[in-house]
Write a protein that binds this ligand. Structure first.
Ligand code: FAD
Length: 288
């Protein structure tokens, strides 16, 4: 199908882009276009105006400090994936990004666009939520920072207002004593996951003091569970199996055309214990 007619602007200053958005209530930001253009073509979205932000200066930067990684709105998934500095400070980014779509889509799609698109089947909203990150946005009314836990409201619904542009996403660094892991199951590599799990396990000495897991494609929102209680004693088959059962009970996985609730529950079970184990081993290795 062809998109419905729309007006198109490609401003070269942020002020002009914000003014364009403020002047048309039915406008949409165009970043990489890897989600928006298919929606336009299927006529699932028909905005009056597209404000293309690809001409704005300074938004493609990835700024890495020991405290965390700030990803600009025009940094492509591929840029973030190939940043060795970002990988050093927050290894979960690259672990998850290699599961996002295919190389051609990662070359164009932006990590910030993926976050504000707020698809529960996407990897980066879950990673941002698990790590306690945030998104910096701006409108003609001024800037604000939205913490990840306040960003996702429903399927494809974020707390950004229509006149706001997300300028960057901030991913805190790996905390001391922590390890991370990510895995997912998709019908083909690069497809959206039937179920994906990101995990962070933090040790003090030999003891697990924090174990949290975030879930892709399981519920309507990116969901993060605190599973510390199950792993606070010994980390072994029994405690990992217990954490997996806790996850299934708390999530009550949804069914859809891709998977029944029972099948998705089994994926949650298998991936929870697999990914928590890998995050625990990662923490042990980093602390050795
Ligand atoms: P766009 O398509 O340009 O925009 C998406 C939405 O976000 C629009 O509503 C737009 O207005 C808004 N938006 C974008 N940037 C901003 C901004 N800076 N400020 C305010 N609003 C903004 N993604 C995954 O996570 N996992 C996958 O496995 C996966 N598989 C895919 C497979 C295919 C075949 C395709 C086509 C896409 C796939 N994607 C997948 C989506 C891809 O990751 C997109 O890059 C991403 O969803 C959106 O980024 P974008 O820059 O292309 O945003």
């Amino acid at each position: 199908m062809k998109p419905a007619p729309f007006a198109y602007r490609r401003p070269d200053t942020l002020q002009q882009a914000l003014a364009d958005l403020a002047g048309e209530p039915d406008a949409k930001v165009l970043a990489g276009g890897q989600s928006l253009v298919p929606l336009l073509s299927m006529r699932l979205a028909a905005p009056a105006l597209l404000v293309d932000i690809n001409g704005l200066p300074g938004l493609a930067e990835i700024v890495v400090t020991d405290a965390g990684v700030r990803v600009g709105a025009l940094a492509r998934h591929a840029d973030v994936l190939s940043s060795s500095e970002a990988r050093r400070v927050q290894p979960l980014l690259a672990m998850a990004l290699q599961h996002v779509a295919h190389a051609t889509i990662r070359n164009r799609g932006t990590t910030v666009g993926s976050i504000v698109h707020a698809d529960a089947a996407a990897e980066m909203p879950v990673v941002l939520t698990l790590l306690g990150g945030s998104v910096d946005v701006e409108s003609t009314a001024g800037p604000r920072t939205i913490p990840a836990e306040e960003l996702f409201l429903g399927p494809l619904e974020s707390s950004l207002r229509p006149d706001e542009i997300a300028l960057s996403a901030y991913f805190p660094a790996l905390p001391e004593g922590a390890g991370v892991a990510f895995d997912e199951i998709a019908r083909r590599h690069g497809d959206y996951a039937l179920c994906g799990v990101a995990a962070l396990v933090r040790l003090e000495g030999d003891r697990v003091v924090e174990a949290r897991a975030g879930y892709v494609s399981v519920n309507e929102l990116p969901t993060v569970l605190d599973l510390t209680a199950d792993l606070a004693g010994v980390v072994d088959e029994a405690s990992l199996a217990a954490s997996a059962e806790t996850a299934v009970a708390q999530l009550e996985p949804d069914g859809d055309i891709h998977a029944t609730p029972e099948y998705r529950a089994q994926l949650v079970r298998v991936l929870t214990s697999r990914v928590l184990r890998a995050a625990y081993e990662d923490a042990c290795e980093r602390n050795a």
